[in-house]
Write a protein that binds this ligand. Structure first.
Ligand code: UDP
Ligand code: MG
Length: 316
């Protein structure tokens, strides 16, 4: 199998037919020697999506489907597809035709030039609300500034990844998925192409603000410890402030003799205690950061190439 296309489906009855036609009109002329498969993941749709998928699957054996037991969300749906994809290369694409299938040959070609990941970066987006554009823009920039790995800005999950990357993803069993971050974490040679994002073809968005918020929090907590470190940093700032105010009160008490009785001790003890408390919370945060890194069970590293054969794991 040369190419698997993964398509998460949540209430997409208006788009499935057109999507299928456009995918075929792009994939068939590519004449892939190993063939291709379309993997539709029905993520608990409440419309006729599933019966449309079943009908396609009986007509066309290249159509595979996974029907999830309920709505698990976009990222989990894509993960379910990745777990079953057989292709040497895998494309992740939205069902609503906002990601043009016509880009797949270009993605595939760049991959054959020696890249393991080719993602599609939005040059512009149409049809999304002003609020969505703004929050998305802000989110990608905040995330980029607080994480060590370079997660590309203005990029969704539309991309092609190689088998190596799929295997890497399967080594990351973390519960809170932020697939584009995981793929950046995985590394190897990555590149991108740019495109203009179209409007949703039919139906309406399945990404409520609630789901977007959850995705943003999953991305931040999985790839940055900065929020946990805020307490430590502000603890040191407050302690520094306490020290300066302490010096100042000593100065006014003993040198200028210009002070209200009780004020110096009050100020110093409030600031001092504030600093101590924030630093203590920060220390707990530091342990939490390390705990959460271990709970994620990510591999420590991935090897791109080596001439040393793998060694059997140590016996316990
Ligand atoms: N989707 C999904 N589960 C959900 C929400 C969305 O599988 O809970 C799918 C949806 O069918 C589409 C893709 O994820 O194929 C992107 O969703 P959508 O177009 O609604 O998001 P937007 O483009 O508005 O961010
Ligand atoms: Mg969409």
């Amino acid at each position: 199998m040369e190419l698997s296309v993964i398509i998460p489906i949540y209430n997409e009855e208006a788009n499935i037919g057109e999507l299928y036609r456009r995918l075929l009109s792009v994939l068939e002329p590519m004449a892939l020697p190993g063939g291709f498969e379309l993997i539709f993941i029905n993520d608990g749709s409440r419309d006729r999506s599933l019966s449309l998928l079943l009908a396609l699957a009986t007509r066309d054996e290249r159509v595979r489907y996974i029907d999830l037991s309920r709505n698990f969300g976009h990222q989990i749906a894509v993960t379910a597809g990745l777990d079953r994809a057989a292709g040497a290369a895998v494309v992740i694409i939205d069902a609503d035709l906002q990601d043009p299938p016509e880009l797949i040959p270009l993605l595939h070609q760049r991959m054959r030039e020696g890249f393991e990941v080719v993602y599609a970066k939005r040059r512009s987006r149409q049809g999304d609300s002003m609020a969505k554009l703004l929050t998305a823009r802000l989110f990608y920039r905040v995330l980029a500034s607080i994480t060590h790995i370079s997660i590309p800005v203005d990029t969704g999950d539309f991309r092609i990844i190689s088998r190596k990357v799929v295997e890497g993803l399967r080594l990351m069993p973390e519960q809170n998925k932020f697939i584009r971050g995981q793929i950046s974490w995985i590394g190897y040679r990555q590149t991108f192409i740019e495109y203009d994002r179209a409007e949703r073809a039919g139906g309406e968005t399945g990404y409520t603000y609630r789901k977007m918020m959850r995705l943003a929090l999953d991305g931040i907590t999985a790839f940055s410890d900065v929020p946990l470190k805020v307490a430590t940093i502000s603890g040191f700032v407050v302690s520094g402030l306490a020290f300066v105010v302490g010096l100042y009160t000593l100065y006014s008490r003993f040198v200028t003799h210009d002070y209200q009785p009780g004020w110096p001790s009050l100020m110093v003890s409030i600031l001092f205690l504030g600093g101590v408390q924030l630093i203590s919370v920060g220390i707990i945060g530091e342990y939490m950061a390390r705990l959460s890194a271990n709970v994620r069970q990510r591999p420590l590293y991935l090897i791109s190439d080596t001439n040393i054969p793998p060694v059997a794991p140590p016996a316990r």
